[in-house]
Design a protein around this ligand. Structure first.
Ligand SMILES: NC(=O)N[C@@H](CC(=O)O)C(=O)O
Ligand SMILES: [Zn+2]
Ligand SMILES: [Zn+2]
Length: 439
């Protein structure tokens, strides 16, 4: 059992000041004054914001298959450093996570490492090929208890397959998680279709290729009475469709990534593949619509889509480079910059979109996204909102280096992460104790 911890004078949810006592993995006291248990590690948390441990619904860990880009271990470490206590690992590995065997291995490896709970997302179709449904029931009933299914990286394009998947997940209250991209409209696409793609001479990825699938899937979910979650929403039109679907009572939820909330297609002018991502960075108007939608609840969560790539897949010309960028270690800083410091949201809202809602959508809310209250598991993230820092790719814990934020200053970061009371990340500025803390 880990050493007791006293978090002194934290700002709970960025709101009231209180201290928190953690013993045997559980929160045992919360209050203005607390009794410190013997031998406790005391953290002076004045000025720090205490949030429930963050839950990422969209992470690529690359293991099995591309351990040169990331492993469950390096990705777990990056997650802990970023303030996350749970990540949902996407199925586009090699082999694909389309059987109970693979998802159990990913889940067990995550538990063995113990830095973050790794919840595997199962593939919707065998080999992500879009042709035959995977053994979803076996994955749901496995030790990994899979509730979310996605062919992320590719769209579940065939409407009949999508319909069957939506019907199937109803039997265990799961959800189909969709990478909304019309395959025909985006053949050869390199970036957002607009002024900049025309100027640069790069093949465009039109907004309608996302929006048409979002609309179709919302209607399919309504038709079969099931639950769909849309990944990495990137356009104003998608926001409007999700808003319409929610008004109509359709069980649709949606996510936005930090990069789609900050960056635009103008970045492509650098021809630096660090900015090449799927779906592509869009326009200032889309960014504004996404920010407003996260703030008003149309978009339920922020998810990183942490997509590590080996350097040979990024250090090349734009057209040859892989899609995707890192996100776990910079998410808190980017979210603070675009949503909190801008006045659009409070830290209480951040707890909702980065912990509570993702835990609920992923059906892990019995473990994560719990209130900071007595008797609850001590999954806690302390954020220093004044820890302005400059991102350096070489200083990241991820095995990969493909961050688009190198050299950019972010206003804050996670400085302590506790998973069931065990410190999984302690920033050096806090003088971590040498005892009772994992190496
Ligand atoms: N986002 C990306 O650009 N890439 C992701 C796949 C995905 O999320 O679609 C990847 O696996 O690299
Ligand atoms: Zn995707
Ligand atoms: Zn992804």
């Amino acid at each position: 059992m880990s050493r007791p911890i006293v978090i002194l004078n934290a700002s709970l949810y960025g709101d009231t000041t209180a201290s928190i006592v953690v013993e045997d993995g559980v929160i045992t006291q919360v209050g203005e004054t607390v009794d410190a248990p013997e031998g406790a590690w005391e953290i002076d948390a004045s000025g720090l914001v205490a949030l429930p441990g963050l839950v990422d619904l969209h992470t690529h860990l690359r293991e099995p298959g591309r351990e040169d880009a990331e492993t469950i271990e390096t990705g777990s470490r990056a997650a802990a450093v970023g303030g996350w206590t749970a990540v949902h690992a996407m199925a586009n590995t090699n082999p694909v996570s389309d059987t109970a065997g693979v998802v159990e291995q990913v889940y067990s490896r995550g538990q063995e490492i113990g830095l973050v709970d790794v919840f595997p997302v199962g593939a919707v179709t065998v080999g992500l090929k879009g042709e035959h449904l995977s053994e979803m029931g076996a994955m749901a009933n496995s030790r990994a208890r899979v509730r979310l299914f996605s062919d992320d990286g590719v769209c579940v394009y065939d409407p009949v397959i999508m319909r069957r998947a939506l019907e199937y997940v109803k039997t265990f209250d799961g959800a189909v998680v969709q990478h909304a991209q019309d395959l025909r409209l985006t053949e050869g696409s390199q970036m957002h279709e607009g002024e900049v793609s025309a100027e640069l001479g790069l093949a465009g990825w039109p907004a309608v290729a996302e929006e048409s699938i979002v609309a179709r899937d919302a209607l399919l979910a309504e038709h079969v009475g099931s639950r769909v979650h849309v990944q990495h929403l990137s356009t104003r039109g998608s926001v409007e469709i999700v808003r319409w679907a929610k008004d109509r009572g359709i069980a649709v939820t949606a996510e936005a990534t930090p990069h789609h909330l900050l960056l635009t297609h103008e970045s492509a002018r650098t021809y630096d593949p660090l900015f090449k991502v799927n779906p592509p960075l869009r326009t200032e108007d889309d960014v504004e619509a996404l920010r407003a939608a996260v703030a008003d609840g149309t978009i339920d969560i922020i998810a990183t889509d942490h997509a590590p790539h080996a350097s040979e897949d990024k250090d090349c010309e734009w057209a040859a480079a892989s899609f995707g960028m890192l996100g776990l270690e910079t998410a808190v800083g980017v979210v603070q910059k675009v949503l909190v410091d801008s006045g659009l949201m409070t830290w209480r809202d951040v707890a909702r979109v980065m912990s509570e809602n993702p835990a609920r959508i992923g059906k892990v809310d019995h473990l994560h996204g719990r209130p900071l209250a007595v008797g609850e598991p001590a999954n806690i993230t302390l954020v220093d909102p004044k820890a302005a820092w400059t991102v350096s790719a070489d200083a990241l814990s991820s095995r990969a280096r493909n961050t688009p934020y190198g050299g950019i200053e972010l206003p804050g970061r996670a400085v302590v992460t506790l998973l069931r009371g065990a410190p999984t990340h302690i920033d050096a500025s806090l003088n971590p104790p040498t005892e009772g803390v994992p190496a």
